[in-house]
Structure formats: C-alpha cells, structure tokens
Design a protein around this ligand. Structure first.
Ligand SMILES: [Zn+2]
Length: 232
C-alpha cells in the first residue's frame, strides 16, 4: 500500500466521520439507536457470493425477507459502510440489484449504466469499492431482453448513428456484436464476459485478485424467472 493510498483513505474516513456525526445527531433527535452496525470483519469473496446467491434464491422463489431496510439499520450504518459487493448492472427498471439479491441499506454498491458498459468514470466508481472499502466481490450483471443491447445491435446492423451520447453505448457494444452472429441474447452474455475481462485487468484489481481478496464474476438475470446464473 502506498502512502498516497493511506492518506486518501484517511481523508475519506475523516470526511465520512464528519458526515456520519451529522446524521447520527439527526437520528438521535428522532430517538433512533444504532443497533445493527455492519460486522467489523468483511466476508471473503466466496462468502459474499454465497450471500448474494441465497438472496437471489429468496427473490426468485417469492420468499424475499427484505433485510436491512429498517430504522435501526439506517442508524447503524449512518457513520460507516461496509458493503460486501459491488454490483455492476444495467439501468433497466426491472433489474434493481438490491431487490433481485434481496439486500438492503449498506449491503451493495450499485453501479449502473446502459447494458453495464464501462468507461473511465464508471470504472472509477467500481474501483471505489475494493480500493477504498475493501469490498471483496464484484458482480457484473447482464439481463434477459436488454433494450440497450437490442438497440445497439439494431443500429450496428442498419449502420445508423444514434443521436446524442447514445452512440457511445453502441460503440461500447460493437465488439460483442461482432462475435454474437446476430443473436442478441448471446451478445448480452458476451458483453457481460467482456466487462468482467476488462475489470480483471484493472491495475487496482490485479493484485487483490492474486491475493484472493477480490473475486469478479459475470452473471445473467432472467426477467422471466428472477434467477441469476453465472456466465463467467
Ligand atoms: Zn439492459
């Protein structure tokens, strides 16, 4: 760990304490007591993945318990957060990570973009979890009938340019389009695997993966069944 990293983390934590203090004062005024602070030792990557899989089983089977969504959890996490996973998913309104993994406040860092495409700003947001909060797991989550992937495939097939910044999404999906042979569902899975490969090559993540402090997995979410399955 470099001195720069230590200084930055110290600064972030100090800033968090100031902000947390304000929130705690507000909570105390409403009679809230922090009673469900996050565990002090973070889970391993495999333990984090097991928690998400179990949460998704509950969601898919209609037995969600909606954990960590009460006032005690809000007060308990007001000064600090220890999320156990970063979920990189699509903006699609049908795929909110906290719901499909049956989690709550303080559990996940959610990073969302169209078809979970990444650029330096998005990558920076993903890096924040492992690099600053020691988050042990990154899940890249593609999904069935992704409208962004379908629109990009159509634009590339017709050789048309989408307006505004939408064409940047199309360009990010061009490599997956080339290898999908016109199959949109295959393109969704290829793109998910491509994003995982890019993140595994991230220079902040390579040493953490080698030390088994971080795992990066690619998954596919079925709108029909609610189930998340591994792609890579
Ligand atoms: Zn989508």
């Amino acid at each position: 760990m470099t001195h720069n990293t230590v200084d930055r983390r110290t600064l972030l934590r100090a800033t968090g304490l100031v902000a947390g203090g304000l929130l705690l004062d507000a909570g105390a005024a409403h009679g809230l007591t922090p009673s469900s602070a996050p565990a002090t030792s973070p889970p391993t990557p495999d333990e984090a993945w097991a928690k998400l899989r179990e949460g998704n089983r509950r969601w898919a089977s209609g037995t969600a318990i909606h954990p960590h969504q009460d006032l005690a959890r809000r007060a308990g996490t007001a000064q600090n957060q220890e999320p156990y996973a970063v979920v990189v998913s699509c903006i699609d309104s049908r795929v909110p990570p906290e719901i499909v993994f049956d989690t709550g406040i303080g559990d996940l860092l959610s990073v969302r973009s169209a078809a979970q495409t990444i650029d330096p700003l998005v990558s920076g947001a993903i890096e924040y979890g492992p690099a600053e909060l020691d988050t042990p797991l990154i899940v890249v989550l593609g999904h069935q009938r992704c409208g962004a992937v379908a629109a990009a495939a159509h634009a590339l097939h017709e050789d048309t340019r989408l307006p505004g910044d939408l064409h940047h999404i199309v360009e990010a999906l061009r490599p997956a389009y080339r290898r999908a042979s016109g199959n949109t569902d295959k393109m969704i899975r290829i793109n998910t695997a491509d994003v995982v490969a890019k993140l595994k090559a991230d220079k902040l993540f390579v040493p953490r993966i080698a030390r088994k402090q971080l795992k990066i997995v690619g998954c596919y979410y079925s709108l029909d069944t609610g189930q998340v399955t591994r792609v890579v």
